[in-house]
Design a protein around this ligand. Structure first.
Ligand SMILES: [Zn+2]
Length: 380
C-alpha cells in the first residue's frame, strides 16, 4: 500500500462512515437503559472485532456494560495509547421518532451524533485505515467505550482510572470546541445539597413559635453564591424547594448546588466553605452533603507537551489544531487527574450537544479519522 495516504483511504469512505453513524444513532442508548446499552455494546464489540481487536465486555450489574478493546501491534508490550469514548446519550427513548437521523447539506443530524456516536465511527475507521495501509503503531492501543458518561460515570470511573494509570496518553473522542479546537482543560464539577430544618407553626396565629427553613435557606443561598470567583470558579443554586403551604412557617427547605472549578485548590476551597456553613437563624439546623464527582482537568505540562506534538502531526495532514477550555466535564477529567497527558475533543466537528439541532459536519468524519490515525501512528 505504499504511496497511499490516510486521506486516500478515508476520503472515499465518507458515505460509509455516515452509514455507520446512522446505524449507531438508530440504536437509542439512554444512560440508564441497561438492555439498550448492553445491546449497543454488543454491536460496538462486533465492529471492533472486525478490525482485529480483542474485545472484552466489562459486565456491569448496576448499569450498561462497558467495552474494552485491545490491539496488539508490532511494537509489542509497553504502556498503550488509550482511546476513550462513551456510547450512552442524554436522549430518552422515542427521541428518534421526533428527531430522526437525516443528512442535509453538509450536516448529519440525530440524537447523539455529535456527543458522541461519531467518535465511535472515527475510532473504527482510523484503525481500519492503519490496517489497510499496513502501518505500524508504535505502541499497543486500548479503546475503552463506556455506558454512563452522561450521568457522571458512576460505574465506569474505576475502569477509566485503572486503565489511565497504565497508559502512555489518552485521546478522548468527545465533541471539540466550535471549529474543531481540542479541549486541554475542563472544569471539575461538584454537586452539593444544602438542607435546612426549621420548626412549623401557623403563620397567622403564632408565627413566633416557628423557625422558617425557607428564610434560613435564603440566607444560605446568598452565602453560597458569594463563593463564586467567576469566570474560573462558578457556583449556582439551580433548585430550591421547601415549605408546605403559604400559611405555614416552613419546616424544611433544600437547595441544590452546582459548582465548577478550574483547579483542585478551588475545589478544596469550595468544599471546605460549603461544609463550614452554619445556620443564621437561632434554632435552625443545617446539613450539607455532596462532593466533586469529577476533578478539574488542569492543563498540565504533560498535556501541553502532548498537544504541541499533536499540532505538529496535524500539520503533516494540512490541518491546524487549536486548543481551548470548557466548563463542561467529561471522562478526560479522570484520566487527567491521575496524571495522564490527555487530549479531549478529538470527535467530529459539529454543534448542538444535548440540543435539538445536534449535528456533525459530514466532511469532518474522514478528516478527524485521519487525524486520530496520524496521532496513533506518530505520538511516541
Ligand atoms: Zn459526551
Amino acid at each position: 500500500m505504499q504511496g497511499l495516504s490516510l486521506w486516500d483511504v478515508l476520503r472515499p469512505r465518507r458515505a460509509e462512515m455516515v452509514e455507520r453513524l446512522r446505524s449507531y444513532v438508530a440504536h437509542e442508548s439512554p444512560s440508564r437503559d441497561k438492555p439498550a446499552l448492553d445491546a449497543l455494546a454488543g454491536i460496538v464489540r462486533a465492529r471492533l472485532e472486525a478490525i482485529g481487536a480483542d474485545v472484552e465486555i466489562i459486565p456491569n450489574m448496576t448499569g450498561g456494560d462497558h467495552v474494552r478493546a485491545h490491539w496488539r501491534t508490532a511494537a509489542g508490550e509497553g504502556p498503550p495509547a488509550l482511546i476513550l469514548g462513551h456510547f450512552d446519550t442524554v436522549w430518552p427513548h422515542g427521541t428518534l421518532a421526533r428527531l430522526p437521523f437525516k443528512v442535509e447539506g453538509d450536516r448529519a443530524y440525530g440524537p447523539g451524533v455529535f456527543d458522541m456516536k461519531a467518535g465511535l465511527v472515527l475510532v473504527e475507521f482510523a484503525l481500519r485505515a492503519i490496517q489497510i495501509l499496513d502501518l505500524d503503531v508504535p505502541r499497543p492501543v486500548v479503546a475503552l467505550f463506556t455506558s454512563d458518561e452522561e450521568i457522571g460515570s458512576p460505574t465506569s470511573r474505576r475502569w477509566i482510572e485503572e486503565q489511565a494509570r497504565q497508559s502512555a496518553y489518552a485521546l478522548v473522542l468527545e465533541p471539540p470546541l466550535p471549529g474543531g479546537a481540542l479541549k486541554t482543560a475542563r472544569k471539575g464539577v461538584g454537586n452539593f445539597v444544602v438542607e435546612a430544618d426549621g420548626k412549623p407553626a401557623h403563620a397567622g396565629i403564632e408565627p413566633e413559635k416557628g423557625i422558617s427553613a425557607i428564610q434560613e435557606i435564603a440566607h444560605q443561598v446568598l452565602a453560597i453564591h458569594a463563593l463564586s470567583r467567576a469566570p474560573e470558579t462558578t457556583v449556582n443554586v439551580g433548585i430550591i424547594h421547601g415549605g408546605t403551604a403559604s400559611n405555614v412557617v416552613a419546616a424544611q427547605a433544600v437547595a441544590r448546588v452546582d459548582v465548577r472549578v478550574s483547579t483542585r485548590a478551588e475545589a478544596e476551597r469550595i468544599e471546605r466553605a460549603l461544609h463550614a456553613l452554619r445556620p443564621v437563624l437561632p434554632g435552625a439546623l443545617l446539613k450539607v452533603s455532596g462532593c466533586f464527582n469529577r476533578p478539574p482537568m488542569e492543563r498540565t505540562a504533560g498535556t501541553e507537551a502532548l498537544f504541541e506534538r499533536a499540532r505538529a502531526i496535524s500539520r503533516t495532514l494540512g490541518l491546524e489544531l487549536t486548543e481551548g477550555s470548557t466548563g463542561g466535564a467529561s471522562d478526560a477529567n479522570f484520566t487527567s487527574a491521575v496524571g495522564l497527558p490527555t487530549l479531549d475533543g478529538l470527535g467530529a466537528l459539529g454543534a448542538g450537544a444535548h440540543a435539538e439541532d445536534e449535528h456533525v459536519i459530514v466532511d469532518s468524519l474522514p478528516e478527524r479519522a485521519a487525524l486520530l490515525a496520524a496521532l496513533l501512528l506518530d505520538l511516541r
